[in-house]
Design a protein. Structure first.
Lengths: 316, 353
């Protein structure tokens, strides 16, 4: 006999909750393995990284990170012996492989390019998207539905399908291998997503708030700034993360359109060549550092993201 | 405070005429309630006054100034919305201070603080000033919304069913408070509702709207006892006025052209002579009792005191207080007919039920 239950009929039973939790944990573990492997690889020595069978337990080394940030050259043992004792721990690490540091690598520069282009295009896409979405949401725009469909249609093919025309266009316009060119390109791809996502969020903000502000003596711009934006911030945060992830991870256009000046980290990391093939610890180190900003912002905005992704499903 | 004047104002949305050639003057310090069903154009009328809609024809003056095309900010009116009235990202204090911080007001912070506290005291929400506006009960939210309108001392208040989302008890409390505040401040208020009780208790004058037209405007008593049409007669009174064909229950003395006769339930008397009838249903409402009776195929509501005991199925008789019937023609317009004086009716009623 069971006593009167205190839980609602809509609430799952404790056992199904436990089962669901278990499934989520297993799924998380499976999806995390590649990431964990990348982080671990970044901490291995090159021989450990390519050892077979693969090493799960190993002595951690910062060689990957040193290699990532430095340019090195191999020297004859006689030359190595003639050098004065190493002045730093990373110097020592490099010399063990019969090499000397000749200068910094271009990784920091590429990383900075990624930051400029990723955040720049995200800001621009979200800014334009917010304004456009507000316009579509609040005003009678002629051919509104057609325009919205047109905006959406820019996402109906993979962006890379137009790579050749864009390559030619950019060459003529002098936008190839420039920060501005890459920012504009990623903004163009992201702005349709931003408009559609943000329109959904702004549609959900009742008009009465702005009307109240208008009657209270504010102009429409001021009402937008003081009343609409603060309430749209969840949507803006979610949209910004989506845009940033795309711009940050984009590989194909970056490979095609950039080389010297504006190259971002994604095309740079795979070309870190070491002695006798890819320097896997350096690749692992570069990838780990590359992942950090997205992880950071996703964790920072996770509360907004959860509401953002489920928007429309739950009405407050 | 100032007067609001609508002059032949028309507003269309596509094929629908929401407000049709409306002329209305809300005098300085007057409380006018617009009453009508959903879609009658009440809210559109308010929004026109606020400047949230621009009329297609006609003119609008507030405090003697033509504001037909002026933006809302220039009209110096305060609007209380039905719901969604508070900014959810602000505290109660910030909500109430919001109009005073607008570019057209720009009060200094010390004055804002004093003013908000004063109005919060008036509305008994001082204790909630630091709460986030979403952390309030429905009644408190509406109080804050009214407070946000009051802080500014505007030319006029426009209120769109401000009490409709509240429960009955709160609605009653706030109604009394609102009337008190209006009288204290001598405020000009244009108020929209579909609740006849609110209209009757709050209004200096009630304007009845139907399909965008102002059908009748007058004091609550005029609207109740001298409705211009069947439509107006049906809007006020609970239970609703009884509408019967002329000739029913011996009501044959109507003027020429009358087709329908209206009798208020309180003017229907059971068991005191008249036509044979049968009680169908009885509703005890505490202080009064509503009977539904049937006579000659017509159903009639009768309102009686709590002491009158009858039960469903009982055979009885039904008649009207003489002179209380309202006669309407085929199009629903009321026809003038000699009515008994109020004193005569009171005497009869005391004698009757």
């Amino acid at each position: 006999m069971s006593g009167p239950s205190t839980r609602s009929v809509l609430e799952p039973s404790p056992w199904s909750q436990r089962l669901a939790a278990l499934l989520v944990i297993v799924y998380a573990l499976i999806t995390m393995i590649p990431l964990v492997w990348i982080v671990l690889t970044g901490l291995k020595t090159p021989p450990d990284a390519i050892a077979y069978p693969p090493k799960v337990f190993f002595e951690p080394s910062l060689e990957g990170y040193v290699n990532l940030f430095t340019a090195r050259s191999r020297q004859a043992p006689e030359y190595m012996a003639s050098l004065p004792p190493p002045t730093s721990w990373y110097d020592e690490l490099v010399r063990k492989r019969n090499m000397v540091i000749t200068g910094p690598s271009r990784f920091a520069e590429r990383y900075l390019n990624s930051v400029i282009i990723g955040f720049g295009s995200t800001f621009l896409a979200v800014f334009l998207g917010t304004i456009a979405a507000y316009g579509f949401s609040r005003f009678k725009v002629p051919l509104k539905d057609d325009l919205l469909f047109f905006i959406l249609s820019t996402r109906m093919m993979p962006p890379i399908a137009v790579a050749v025309p864009i390559f030619l266009m950019y060459r003529v316009l002098g936008l190839s291998d420039t920060h501005l060119g890459m920012i504009l390109l990623y903004t163009m791809v992201n702005v349709s997503l931003a408009v559609w996502l943000l329109k959904g969020f702004i549609d959900e903000i009742p008009m009465e708030y702005e009307e109240a502000a208008l009657v209270d003596g504010y102009s429409r711009m001021q009402a937008f700034w003081k009343v609409v934006l603060p309430q749209a911030k969840t949507g803006i945060a979610a949209t910004a993360i989506f845009c940033l992830i795309f711009a940050w991870n984009e590989y194909a256009f970056a490979l095609l359109l950039t080389s010297g000046e504006a190259q971002t980290a994604p095309p740079f990391i795979p070309i870190i060549i070491g002695e006798g093939g890819l320097d896997w610890p350096a690749v692992g180190a570069g990838t780990t550092l590359f992942l950090l900003p997205i992880v950071f912002f996703t964790v920072l905005l996770r509360k907004h993201l959860l509401r953002g992704i489920t928007f429309g499903a739950v009405r407050k | 405070m100032a007067e609001i004047v609508f002059e032949n104002v028309t507003k269309r949305f596509g094929n629908i005429t929401a407000v049709d050639n409306l002329s209305l003057t809300v005098a300085d310090g007057e409380f006018v309630v617009l009453l009508g069903p959903t879609g009658a154009g009440k809210t559109t009328t308010l929004r026109l006054a606020a400047g949230l809609e621009v009329p297609d024809a006609g003119r609008l003056r507030i405090a003697g100034v033509d504001v037909t095309r002026a933006p809302p900010a220039e009209r110096d009116v305060a609007f209380v919305f039905q719901q969604y009235s508070l900014y959810p990202h602000y505290t109660v204090f910030q909500n109430m201070a919001f109009p005073l911080r607008s570019p057209s007001q720009r009060w200094d912070e010390a004055r804002i603080e004093a003013r908000v506290r004063e109005i919060a005291g008036l509305l008994r929400i001082e204790a909630k000033l630091d709460n986030l506006s979403t952390k309030l009960s429905g009644g408190e939210m509406q109080r804050v919304a009214i407070g946000r309108a009051l802080v500014r001392d505007p030319a006029a208040f426009l209120m769109d069913e401000p009490l409709s989302s509240l429960d009955a008890r709160l609605r009653e409390d706030l109604r009394v408070e609102l009337k008190r505040i209006q009288e204290d401040l001598g405020a000009t208020i244009l108020y929209v509702t579909h609740d006849q009780m609110e209209a009757m208790t709050l209004a200096d004058r009630i304007g009845v709207l139907a399909e965008g037209k102002l059908v009748q405007i007058g004091t609550p008593r005029q609207i109740y006892s001298e409705p211009a049409s069947v439509h107006v007669a049906l809007r006020l009174g609970s239970p609703r006025i009884n509408l019967l064909p002329v000739g029913a229950l011996g009501l044959t003395d109507g003027p020429a052209g009358a087709t329908t006769v209206g009798v208020r339930p309180e003017d229907v008397i059971l068991g005191q002579g008249g036509a044979a009838a049968r009680v169908i249903a009885v509703e005890h409402l505490g202080a009064e009792t509503v009977f539904l009776a049937e006579s000659e195929g017509n159903k009639v509501h009768a309102l009686a005191g709590a002491g009158v005991m009858r039960h469903a199925g009982e055979e009885t008789t039904v008649r009207m207080l003489p002179g209380t019937a309202l006669f309407f023609d085929g199009e629903g317009h009321r026809l003038a007919a000699a009515r008994a004086s109020d004193a005569e009716r009171e005497a009869e009623r005391a004698h009757g039920t």
